[in-house]
Design a protein around this ligand. Structure first.
Ligand SMILES: Nc1ncnc2c1ncn2[C@@H]1O[C@H](COP(=O)(O)OP(=O)(O)OP(=O)(O)O)[C@@H](O)[C@H]1O
Ligand SMILES: [Mg+2]
Length: 892
């Protein structure tokens, strides 16, 4: 009986396992200053004129060098740089609050690569091996690297150099690589004496190619890959990147050009910061350096401080201030010369929306040159469920008068936005964007924000190609779960925001992906490992300039505590019998023998997962397919054959009972306890399947719980209303039924303080996203997360896989990856297709926990066994495990 449940029982309700699953990403490395490299200059013009020298520093060509070495140009006197500056000269060194870690502006956390762990370890450079005779290294092992230019051997009079290359001399052999990393020449058997003598300026014939040695490359520059970035025709400016070239256009040109002399004068006279930069808490953006001014301030407007609206600053958390500075510098092309893209990959709930709103509001009203606004129109593309959430956030932070927002839905077409001069921000879902692309293409957007942008990981999908086709060069991707375990997908995100910055895909593969992947293989040699690590560090360094990720730790102190519980539930009798039968089916046996084609294991896995949720979910398939005579459904037939006899003869799936599913039984008890003991608190109940949500909805009805529901069928226009209704303190809803596919990302469900994940996904990122819906800014109560797992079944195995993957990678994984892409070995399938009935909880057994798992809970005694340990490196997080035991029968 509900009334008789002891409150203490609430806390020890089930077998618990608390695991803190994420680790902080380590900080990125400061990008070092690169030495200026000799470039590919045709020999006849080997003494460049001063102008050419400047051309060499054109960011299009010397991208990484200039990005890291801004001072190079600043120190030069350039008469074209405006000297008119309304602030006194000495002011340039004044104290203005540029945010907490302003000084370390390039030290934000870099992208953490999950499986490939592309991060952070900058290893000492490989020992330099030279060919000098005094050394004891065997000649065959000596390696030297050179920048060279090359051309085919020819007797023609007017020969042309064809390009830059890297010459690698090892012992008696050499390899010539172009700047995309491809081998373009090889040779062996050379006299050691000849190779030993190679020096700058020397020309020689090697492998049918004439080369001229430009300079020596240090082993460090070779292993980091820098020597490939800096040459002429640098991959950083590959032809794939039209947009990259467009970055050099003056971002202000459409909004900043003064139309008349008077206009110019008035700009000069009235030009002052919109907000006072000297107030104690003012947040002032970085002033453009001389290089930037030369590029973007063609009209020589006075430089004015850009100051974030104090109204916003008042609310901003420290990490949000840093985030705004980061975004500002990225989109203004101040971090990587003339590249205007950024990826803000803060973990869920850190307020990426507010950071973007602050940026939009700032750029729309201000600019560093003459105070003229940098942008006019912004396009925000977001999942359907979040369109109105964005609008609401704009209103929350800026009210409805400051900025006019237009959201597109069935009844509000893009045409309205085009016709009206009032709106400056267009918010649209990814689906609607594709439908309205023709109209959208004709609008000039100055800033593009792609929320939950991990979906752009594939450059060939329609959404990505549609967005790439928009001419806007200031692009921001927002994501709480960036693609981090696949280097190609990572490339797609990077290339979307800063097209061409990593070169072409083929050069990226040769220079970064291949060495990194090879270095991770167990068979990798020391040399390969070292090379892979160096390339990974270099890649992290480059992308870290415009990739920012902070973990939830930064907001911990503003939020109430969060308690994560993993609840292991014993399966019901019907479930066990059906489960055994499924595992004995011909389909499963064939899978284990590798005898069937077309991934039949996915059908088997799907059936087992349904069964774990509730046997009634399987009944219809069993009835239809188990008895079907259609040849096509042979595989499913062989899975379900004979199962119908396990169900009671008069079984009616509509009249399902709680007892038939261990998890459902636990769930109903849990809901009852929460309802009784915390009557003012609400529950978010999440499933990956609509059919399961139907069952959960039926449970709500049976128990008289007021509920609301959001799934894929809910019209987009109604979604925010449903969310607002639930979050309102006046709402009588006790339960929010949520489909993780439809509403797992981005939603704020702070009205609920209990979140129950009814089923588990293969991809931990999906679960983490769903779990982050309630533990967010604005939450008033301590948050309880419950993950329900059926003991001994496939659910426990998936959970273990999740933990081990996260443990290994220490970072999130790709949100969009589903089981269809998963490969299983026969061994893994054997493990998945086993029912462990002998143990109460195999996960608990694997943890080697001291607790016996056999506590007696009668009388409400709480026997919890705690272990605390520190995970990770310097920023190691506290993770807690709590093991307790309870059989579901105890609650009958
Ligand atoms: N400085 C702040 N003070 C108070 N509330 C804030 C602040 N910043 C953000 N919030 C609130 O926190 C909630 C979460 O913010 P937001 O939706 O922007 O998170 P997010 O980073 O986009 O997370 P997700 O990756 O899940 O989409 C919102 O309700 C937002 O209004
Ligand atoms: Mg968001």
């Amino acid at each position: 009986m509900l009334g008789s449940i002891n409150p203490a029982l609430y806390s020890v309700f089930f077998r618990l396992l608390l695991l803190n699953m994420r680790r902080s990403a380590a900080p990125s490395q400061l990008q070092g200053k690169h030495l200026k490299k000799t470039k590919f200059i045709p020999p006849a013009r080997s003494n460049p004129s001063p102008n050419e020298e400047i051309t060499k520093l054109n960011p299009d060509i010397k991208l990484f060098e200039v990005a890291a070495n801004d001072t190079l140009l600043q120190s030069q006197t350039n008469p074209r740089i405006c000297s008119l500056n309304l602030l006194p000269a000495e002011e340039s060194g004044r104290e203005i609050n540029h945010g907490d870690n302003y000084k370390e502006k390039y030290c934000f956390e870099a992208p953490a690569m999950a499986t490939l762990e592309l991060h952070h370890t900058v290893h000492s450079s490989p020992k330099e091996i030279t060919v000098s005779k005094g050394q004891e290294v065997e000649p065959e092992n000596l390696v030297k690297y050179f920048n060279v230019i090359w051309r085919k051997a020819s007797k023609k009079k007017h020969k042309k150099w064809e390009g830059d290359a890297v010459l690698i001399v090892k012992g008696k052999s050499f390899t010539l690589k172009d700047l995309e990393g491809k081998d373009i020449g090889r040779g062996t058997g050379y006299k050691f004496k000849d190779l030993e003598k190679i020096e700058e300026g020397q020309t020689m014939m090697i492998g049918g190619k004439e080369i001229e040695v430009m300079d020596i490359i240090s082993p460090d520059d070779f292993s980091s890959g820098k020597c490939f970035q800096l040459g002429g025709g640098s991959p950083a400016i590959s032809s794939s990147s039209q947009a990259a070239n467009r970055c050099f256009l003056n971002p202000l040109k459409s909004v900043c050009k003064p139309t008349s002399k008077e206009n110019t004068q008035s700009i000069f006279q009235n030009c002052k910061p919109r907000h006072d930069p000297y107030l104690p808490n003012s947040l002032v953006m970085l002033r453009p350096d001389n290089n930037h001014q030369r590029m973007f301030n063609k009209n020589c407007f006075p430089v004015v401080d850009v100051v974030i609206d104090p109204h916003l600053v008042y609310h901003l958390r420290p990490h949000q201030k840093e985030g705004i500075i980061f975004l500002y510098e990225c989109v203004m092309g101040m971090r990587v010369n003339s590249r205007c893209g950024a990826i803000l990959a803060d973990e869920m709930g850190l307020g990426k929306t507010l950071q973007c709103i602050s940026l939009i509001w700032t750029l729309q009203c201000q600019g560093p040159y003459g105070g003229k606004p940098v942008i006019k129109k912004t396009l925000i593309v977001t999942p359907g469920s979040l369109v109105n959430n964005w609008k609401k956030e704009f209103q929350k932070w800026l009210g409805s008068e400051r900025i006019k927002i237009y959201t597109v839905d069935q009844d509000h077409k893009v045409e309205e936005f085009i016709k009206s001069p009032f709106y400056s921000v267009l918010i649209i879902s990814y689906e609607m964007l594709l439908r309205s692309l023709d109209q959208i293409k004709h609008i000039k957007f100055d800033l593009l924000i792609c929320d939950e942008g991990h979906r752009l990981k594939n450059s060939t999908i329609k959404t990505t190609t549609a967005l790439i086709s928009l001419s806007c060069e200031k692009r921001i991707i927002l994501t709480g779960t960036p693609v981090q375990n696949d280097l190609q997908e990572f490339f797609a995100l990077i290339d979307f925001v800063n097209p061409g910055i990593l070169g072409s895909l083929s050069s990226y593969r040769k220079i970064y992906e291949e060495p990194i992947i090879i270095s991770r293989q167990p068979s990798a040699s020391e040399e390969e490992k070292e090379l892979g690590e160096r390339r990974a560090a270099e890649l992290t360094c480059l992308t870290g300039l415009f990739f920012l990720r902070r973990t939830q730790e930064v907001i911990n102190k503003y939020l109430p505590p969060k308690i994560e519980n993993v609840v292991f539930c014993q399966p019901g009798a019907l479930q066990i019998e059906l489960y055994r039968k499924l595992l004995n089916s011909q389909a499963v046996r064939f899978c284990l023998e590798g005898l069937l084609e077309n991934s039949p294991h996915l059908i088997c896995i799907g059936a087992l997962k349904k069964l774990c949720n509730h046997p009634c979910l399987l009944f219809n398939s069993v009835k239809e397919k188990g008895c079907s005579s259609t040849w096509d459904e042979n595989e499913e037939k062989s899975l379900y054959e004979g199962l119908i006899n396990v169900f009671p003869a008069d079984y009616n799936p509509l009249l399902f009972t709680e007892k038939e599913s261990g998890k459902l039984q636990v769930l109903t008890k849990l809901l009852a306890v929460i309802h009784e003991l915390r009557p003012t608190e609400k529950v978010v109940l999440v499933s990956n399947y609509t059919q399961t949500l139907n069952i959960l909805q039926e449970i709500c009805k049976r128990h008289g719980y007021a509920y609301t529901r959001l799934d894929g069928q809910t019209p987009i226009s109604q979604r925010q209303q449903i969310v607002d209704g639930f979050n309102s303190k006046y709402s009588s809803d006790f339960i929010f039924l949520l489909s993780s596919k439809a509403g797992g990302v981005g939603l704020n469900l702070i009205g609920g303080s209990h979140l129950i994940l009814y089923d588990i996904d293969w991809n931990p990122a999906t679960d983490i996203q769903a779990m982050s819906r309630v533990w967010r800014d604005g939450q008033k109560h301590p948050v309880h997360i419950y993950r329900l797992l059926t003991t001994g079944t496939i659910e426990e195995k998936i959970y273990q896989r999740q933990i081990s993957k996260q443990g290994l990678s220490g970072a999130v994984v790709d949100l969009t990856r589903t089981s269809e892409y998963m490969q299983f070995s026969v061994e893994e399938l054997k493990n998945l297709f086993t029912l462990n009935e002998s143990s109460h909880c195999i996960t608990h057994d694997l943890l080697n926990c001291d607790c016996t798992g056999e506590q007696d809970h009668t009388g409400g005694s709480c026997h919890l066994h705690w272990k605390e340990y520190v995970q990770g490196g310097d920023q190691g997080r506290r993770a807690s495990q709590c093991c307790s035991s309870q059989r579901t029968e105890d609650y009958n």
